[in-house]
Write a protein that binds this ligand. Structure first.
Ligand SMILES: Nc1ncnc2c1ncn2[C@@H]1O[C@H](COP(=O)(O)OP(=O)(O)OP(=O)(O)O)[C@@H](O)[C@H]1O
Length: 237
């Protein structure tokens, strides 16, 4: 589904990503782990046209995403759920979701309606609150809006940037259940996370990024059993 080759990029003169290589197979949930400042969000920015890439490629179903404008990246079937959610607080839940349906523009109203139904089935809480201003929702509900908005574009690949950040354990479980449903229906997901336990428990494979370099990759079950993982994670392995 996604094949990242030797990606290098950064901000101004400062390099952040160094020859990043990563593969996601269709239907896989892959975790991208790494400490604060490792470059995880920067990698997502490189894949979604918000960071100029110095070199390398990122092919999705054979098309290079690097250099593509963001609307074409969405049309390829990639959707980002950004860190911090970035929902539009004064707008209703329904209007926030509608913004995500841009890829469906030009299709029938029925196609958009069926996406709303899909999102509301996954998150019944959003259906109950569809006319509420998003800024008045709880943090967990806002995260549901952010995920729902991404799903409105009928993506094939979801990039989730720390979707559990700042959420209470019960809400984390609700979000995990929704991700489990997506996983069981064959969605491909890249789950960016700092917390090893949650990410390794809910992914098939994982990459560890430290100081902009992939230092380790394996099946999540194997990584979870490694005793040197924390050391690696801190960049001292
Ligand atoms: N807009 C920016 N301009 C300059 N440097 C930046 C910018 N955004 C991030 N950086 C730097 O790039 C490096 C990687 O940051 P990034 O946010 O990608 O890390 P991260 O792994 O996502 O961290 P976290 O888990 O804390 O979100 C850091 O050194 C950071 O200071």
């Amino acid at each position: 589904m996604l094949d990242v080759h030797d990606l290098c990029g950064g901000y101004g003169q400062a390099p952040v990503l160094h020859n990043v290589k990563m593969r996601l197979g269709r239907g896989e949930t892959v975790a991208l782990l790494g400490p604060n400042g490792a470059g995880k969000s920067t990698l997502l920015a490189a894949l979604t046209a918000t960071l100029p890439v110095r070199s390398g490629r990122a092919e999705m179903s054979g098309h290079d995403l690097i250099g593509m404008p963001s609307h074409r990246i969405v049309a390829e079937g990639l959707a980002l759920i950004p860190e911090g959610r970035h929902v539009f607080a004064p707008m209703t839940v329904e209007d926030n979701l509608l913004l995500g349906s841009i890829r469906l523009q030009g299709r029938s109203a029925a196609a958009v309606r069926s996406r709303f139904e899909y999102v509301y089935d996954l998150f019944p809480r959003l259906a109950e609150r569809r006319l509420q201003r998003t800024g008045t929702l709880s943090g967990g509900e806002q995260q549901m809006v952010a995920i729902g908005r991404a799903l409105m574009s009928a993506p094939r690949l979801l990039l989730l940037d720390e979707p559990f950040m700042g959420l209470a354990p019960m809400v984390v479980q609700q979000i995990l259940q929704a991700l489990q449903v997506l996983r069981s229906t064959g969605m491909t997901m890249l789950l960016v996370e700092q917390k090893l336990d949650i990410a390794l428990k809910h992914s098939d494979r994982a990459y560890v990024l430290v100081k902009g370099r992939i230092v380790c990759t394996d099946r999540s079950i194997q990584l979870a059993a490694r005793t040197d993982l924390s050391q690696l994670y801190l960049g001292s392995g």
